[in-house]
Design a protein around this ligand. Structure first.
Ligand code: PGA
Length: 253
């Protein structure tokens, strides 16, 4: 994957009208940024069709915040990979900590979703991260290793080009989150990379690992300077298009 990677998960924010306004502005402002960046946006399901139209030909990649593992079936309110591909979705975000915390997603389900997303030609963006309890008990690296190994179970080496990992410590995410110190985040990402190397050899070590969790105008540059951090996965600080572009410029400066 070329250059650095920057993207945003919009969670349950922004209507179709708000999405449209944001993406029009972001597409314009994006011209200020280096061309070799890999940029992606992950709006809500309801806004995907509108987002696709605006982003067509822009080189900005479109993601969905979740995906079901079956092509179709009696799964009320779920969205299948076929449905997402039909809408032009290229990235399936899987296993975000809010999905794990509020909707009972576990590592087995994450794995099924990864396999399904890959089977449909999407990139799987797999989120992993330890809780504060894991950190306090000194098992962060074990937890990350387990999450990565289970998420990628049965993923073939030839599919690694369509895997992105996001390290998002649960305690660092959202309003009550405390940003991870860059050196700490870099170390955990190093753990993730060594697990990938253990699983797949050198090609595994080449899979991009993003950092997410309270990325902001104070910490973005120091985070991106960590050799193990390939990009930033941003929530709140990205939901204003101009601020997100400024944050990317600052991170790269
Ligand atoms: P935040 O969200 O940047 O608002 O902490 C990050 C995330 O949930 O991916």
């Amino acid at each position: 994957m070329p250059g650095r990677i920057f993207g945003s998960n919009w969670k349950m924010y922004k209507t179709v009208a708000e999405t449209t306004a944001y993406l029009r502005e972001f597409k314009e402002l994006r011209r200020r940024l280096p061309e070799d960046l890999y940029l992606f946006q992950i709006p809500s399901y309801t806004a995907l069709a509108a987002a696709r139209e605006i982003l067509a030909g822009s080189g900005i990649h479109l993601g969905a915040q979740n995906v079901h593992w079956e092509d179709e079936g009696a799964y009320t309110a779920e969205i299948s990979p076929r449905m997402l591909v039909e809408l032009g979705v290229e990235i399936a975000e899987i296993g975000h900590s809010e999905r794990r915390e509020h909707f009972g997603e576990d590592d087995l389900g994450v794995n099924r979703k990864v396999i399904a997303a890959l089977a449909h030609g999407m990139t799987a963006l797999v989120c992993v991260g330890e809780t504060m309890t894991d950190k306090e008990y000194g098992v962060s690296d074990e937890v990350l290793a387990r999450q990565v190994k289970m998420a990628l179970h049965r993923v073939q080496p030839g599919q690694l080009g369509r895997i992105m990992l996001a390290y998002e410590p649960v305690w660092a995410i959202g309003e009550r989150g405390v940003p991870a110190p860059p050196a700490y985040a870099g170390e955990r990402q190093g753990t993730i990379r060594s697990v990938m190397k253990q699983l797949y050899g050198q090609p595994g070590a080449g899979v991009p690992v993003l950092y997410g969790g309270s990325v902001n105008m104070e910490n973005a540059r120091d985070l991106l300077r960590q050799p193990e951090i390939d990009g930033l996965f941003v929530g709140r600080a990205a939901w204003d298009a101009a601020r997100f572009v400024e944050l990317i410029e600052f991170a790269l400066s």
